[in-house]
Write a protein that binds this ligand. Structure first.
Ligand code: ISE
Length: 342
């Protein structure tokens, strides 16, 4: 694929909160790209986004957007259950795609996507694990990679959402939300999980009995390292994510972004974002800019690959089995294919 010198024409599938933010970030901050097309089941949403980013083409059918000559590359921000099929369609079209996490709604589906990319023989898919572009997470990774901490012994992840749209099962939390933490753990430590043990509780009696909005995963990795990950999606006070690596000789933990310490109304404190769009805005723009440049050059983006999306779902799948059984569950770790650096 030769380098594209003109602005890359991007099609965005799904113009809800995340898709709208990606479209606006592209329009406002990524000069190497332009929003060429939008697709959503709700025309009012595409209209609202187009009014702000000037997308000239609208599609009702995502497959038509993917195959459109006016579209060079695709961002998939439709519901999780559609990700795998749309990623496969992008591979068939030979077009680069940034697929929001999770890569698929199940391990098996993600395996089919990886198999398809392996058959194609070239990497076109990037998965939206944007914490890899978060300055705080990158700073922790640099410390771990420097060896200053010695051998990592423990990863401690905290992932809190302020609220959930409705009562949510542990399986949904593990598939939709916790994948970020499993990817951050893999990426920061450079290790794969071997065994997981997951417990979950319902935070409020008002939630349906099957709700598990507070989950705790204990994980043994393959490098004599442990992990503990809290995912709480009804924290109420705000949106907060942190990651800490404890090594033989010290620790490194993500610091809150640069914030003011506010004193007002007989109180003092710092602002806590309401959701991921605010907390990770800098990461989203950096992720998009890298992905666009790579797509223009025909090279591999620095973000998470389809293999990373698949391996995160390996951990998710084991966590779901453990949550259901109440016992630890083994995590399969197939050999990394050469296409993905194996
Ligand atoms: C959402 O889709 C995200 O990607 C956020 O980063 C995560 O915190 C949230 O739980 C997900 O629903």
């Amino acid at each position: 694929m030769s380098t594209i010198t003109r602005p890359l024409a991007i099609g965005v599938i799904g113009t809800g909160n995340m898709g709208a933010r990606h479209a606006l970030n592209l329009h406002r901050y990524v000069g190497a790209a332009r929003v060429a097309a939008l697709c959503d089941t709700d025309p009012a949403r595409t209209q609202a986004v187009a009014a702000q980013c000037g997308a000239p083409h609208r599609f009702d059918d995502p497959l038509q957007l993917i195959s459109a000559a006016e579209v060079d590359a695709i961002i998939i921000t439709s519901p999780d259950a559609t990700h795998a099929d749309l990623a496969l369609a992008c591979l068939r079209a030979g077009k680069p795609a940034l697929c929001e996490k999770p890569l698929a709604n199940s391990l098996a589906e993600s395996g089919r996507v990886v198999e398809a990319e392996l058959s194609l023989g070239r990497r076109l898919l990037t998965v939206g694990f944007m914490r890899r572009f978060d300055p705080q997470h990158r700073a922790v990774r640099e410390v771990v990679a420097s060896g200053e901490l010695g051998r990592p012994l423990l990863y401690k992840g905290v992932h809190r959402n302020a609220s959930i749209p409705s009562s949510v099962s542990g399986e949904v939390v593990l598939t939709n939300s916790a994948g970020h933490d499993f990817d951050a753990m893999r990426w920061l430590l450079g290790q794969e999980a071997a065994e997981v043990y997951v417990l979950g509780v319902r935070s409020r009696d008002s939630f349906s009995p099957e709700t598990r909005d507070m989950l705790l995963a204990q994980i043994a990795l393959r490098g004599d390292c442990l992990a503990t990950i809290e995912v709480y999606v009804a924290a109420d006070y705000g949106y907060e994510v942190s990651a800490e690596v404890v090594g033989q000789r010290g620790t490194a933990v993500t610091l809150q972004p640069d914030l003011a310490l506010t004193r007002a109304r007989q109180a003092r404190g710092v602002y806590v974002p309401t959701d991921w769009l605010g907390r990770f805005q800098e990461a989203y723009v950096a992720e998009l800019a890298d992905w666009v440049e790579a797509a223009k050059r025909g090279s591999i983006a620095a973000g998470a690959s389809a293999w990373d999306g698949y391996m995160a779902l390996q951990v998710t799948d084991a966590c779901i089995r453990s949550l259901r059984s109440g016992a630890p569950a083994a995590v399969d770790a197939p050999a990394r294919p050469e296409l993905y650096g194996g």
